[in-house]
Design a protein around this ligand. Structure first.
Ligand SMILES: *Cc1c(COP(=O)(O)O)cnc(C)c1O
Length: 357
């Protein structure tokens, strides 16, 4: 029996995709082998990487002068790759809007002057600072943001308009809403939130920015090298890219980003409306900045929160426990979470509220 899985990552994948993968698990593309067993230099596999790249380009409208690469090491490895590829003058700006944003900033400090120019920790990361009133450092190599904050449930509703290239960690929202790639110098995202199993990270980078990585940059972290080798510099995370390709095909078939964005807004709207109108549940994020991917909420009692999570699990609604930093509950409602899953959650929340008044 399949449950509704609200995990923040690794997270739920489209059922159709899992079934497709299951159907061709023993014999991939007529090779008589599973996709996990064939050489990454095999034509049949190279076609997968090519198609995945083409689908990323098509779905996000990536301009031609941008590289689209698939790398390993998770989004956390990119916290280092960003300065190692871009920090030529030795200084960069960071806007710290959550735990991952803070980690990226801390990693940046290893390689140079990483200036924290914005910080929303004063109100436990429940908002995004006004990007128009921040002071950007003159001559900074880039400005780093985390566009959707997975743990705290916030997202940017407008992006900085800065001179330096904008670098965005979009791990927990890539492919969920329309973005203009040309507004960014670099976008990166670990796949295990909204795209594929863990193991692969997407990097989209303007080619003119990535031609001269720092001398100390490990070869594997050089985006230029990965681009020149079409993500096949070494053995890639083959299975994860394969699933990413199936997920992207599925997204295209279902109307692409515009269609899923509408569904995501609808799902999030249902849940936030219910929370706002309930007497028991509360979401503490400033309304303007509420994420449509990660919805944290609390009852106000730790004991009741624990009871909620345990009883929800029995009802087939799993992984609703909030991140250990914030406690309470969190419903991650990524692209692959069906509307019916959100409706089932709301029904359960109503029942729980009635029983625990
Ligand atoms: C999950 C997450 C990360 C960390 O990803 P890993 O792939 O585990 O390194 C970084 N940034 C954001 C926004 C995330 O949601």
């Amino acid at each position: 029996m399949r449950v509704y899985n609200f995990a923040a990552g690794p997270s739920t994948l489209p059922l159709e995709v899992i079934k497709e993968a299951q159907a061709e698990l023993l014999d991939f593309a007529g090779t008589g082998m599973s996709v996990m067993e064939i050489s990454h230099r095999d034509k049949a596999y190279e076609a997968v990487v090519c198609e995945a790249e083409a689908l990323v380009r098509e779905l996000l409208g990536v301009p031609e002068d941008y590289a689209v690469i698939f790398v390993q090491g998770g989004a956390s490895q990119q916290f280092a790759a960003v300065p190692l590829n871009l920090m030529h003058s030795g200084k960069a700006d960071y806007i710290v809007t959550g735990n991952f944003a803070k980690k990226a900033w801390q990693e940046g400090q290893i390689y140079g002057e990483a200036n924290k120019i914005g910080d929303s920790s004063d109100r436990t990361y429940t908002y995004i600072p006004d990007v128009d009133s921040l002071t950007y450092t003159d001559g900074a190599d880039y400005v780093h943001i985390t566009s959707n904050n997975t743990i705290f449930g916030t997202r940017y509703t407008k992006f900085p308009k800065c001179k330096a290239p904008l670098v965005a960690d979009m791990s927990s929202e890539i492919f969920s809403r329309k973005i203009n790639v040309a507004d960014f110098g670099v976008i990166y995202a670990g796949a295990q939130k909204n795209l594929a199993p863990a193991g692969v990270t997407i990097v989209i980078a303007k080619r003119s920015l990535i031609q001269e990585p720092l001398a100390i940059c490990p070869t594997m972290l050089k985006w230029k090298v990965q681009d020149e080798n079409k993500s096949l510099y070494n053995t890639p995370p083959a299975f994860s890219i394969y699933i990413a390709n199936l997920v992207l095909r599925n997204l295209k078939k279902n109307g692409g980003i515009a269609a899923i964005n509408e569904i995501n807004e609808y799902k999030a709207g249902l849940l936030y409306d219910f929370i706002d109108n309930s007497k028991l549940y509360k979401n503490n994020v400033e309304k303007e900045f509420r994420s449509i991917m990660n919805v944290p909420f609390v009852t106000g009692s730790e004991e009741l929160d624990a009871k909620f999570v345990a009883e929800a699990k029995k009802a087939g609604l799993v992984s609703l426990k909030g991140h250990r930093i914030v406690g309470g509950m969190r419903a991650s409602i990524y692209n692959a979470m069906p509307v019916d899953g959100v409706k089932a959650l709301i029904e359960f929340m109503k029942k729980f509220e009635t029983e625990n008044r």
